[in-house]
Design a protein around this ligand. Structure first.
Ligand SMILES: Cc1cn([C@H]2C[C@H](O)[C@@H](COP(=O)(O)OP(=O)(O)O[C@H]3O[C@H](C)C(=O)[C@H](O)[C@H]3O)O2)c(=O)[nH]c1=O
Length: 184
């Protein structure tokens, strides 16, 4: 398993090992002990999510859950290719408002860890994308929030993504009063 960190503290790119043979390959997509051995002692995951997006350029996000149900997420693309983005929304962070953007694909199996305090969104780069992600807290609709996909200076490579009605009406990041605090 290879680990990559970013100039923005918090997000981590995990590349699980794949064992190939004449049939195909096998991979441990999540192993708590292996992650701990790599120094990644994340909170326990309590919920797995799986979404399917048929149209290319479907954009889901920028989403977050407020405390007390803020979520860390471990995101992977199990069909197709996505651009996965995490925006630093931690008050006091030296990288507040900045983001990491990485391509995740079924082909590579790479996974992005999105800590609480970050907004999360992805854009599908192929049709029929499946995204699976582990969360460290349960779905809490009363704590669920979203901000406009085009309000954080992210170069999505399209100006006309397919959005849910909720995402199409989301407020700007500029007006966001973040509930998250940078903890160094
Ligand atoms: C997130 C979630 C949703 N739902 C229900 C609520 C709606 O009836 C339906 C679709 O929800 P939503 O439109 O919020 O789904 P996405 O637009 O994919 O939202 C997700 O996309 C971005 C990328 C995220 O990081 C979040 O995990 C999440 O906000 O699933 C549930 O029952 N449980 C859940 O955990």
């Amino acid at each position: 398993m290879r680990i990559q960190t970013f100039e923005i503290s918090g997000p981590v790119l995990v590349n699980p090992r794949r064992f190939g043979d004449t049939r195909g390959w096998f991979s441990e997509t999540w192993n708590k002990q292996a992650l701990a051995s790599a120094g990644l002692n994340w909170p326990d995951f309590v919920q797995d999510n799986h979404s399917f997006s048929a149209p290319r350029h479907t954009l889901r996000g920028l989403h977050y859950q407020r405390p007390p149900h803020a979520q860390d997420k471990l995101v992977r693309c199990s069909r197709g290719v996505i651009l996965d983005v995490a925006v630093d929304a931690r008050k006091g962070s030296p990288t507040y408002g900045q983001h990491v953007a990485v391509e995740l694909s079924a082909e590579t199996g790479a996974q992005l860890y999105v800590p609480k305090g970050f907004l999360h969104a992805f854009l599908t780069l192929t049709e029929d994308c499946e995204v699976q992600y582990k969360c460290t807290d349960i779905y809490a609709p009363d704590c669920d929030g979203g901000l406009a996909w085009n309000s954080c200076g992210i170069d999505w490579g399209t100006d006309a993504p397919v959005l849910s009605d909720k995402d199409a009406q989301a407020p700007s990041f500029a007006d966001f009063e973040t509930p998250f605090q940078f903890e160094g």
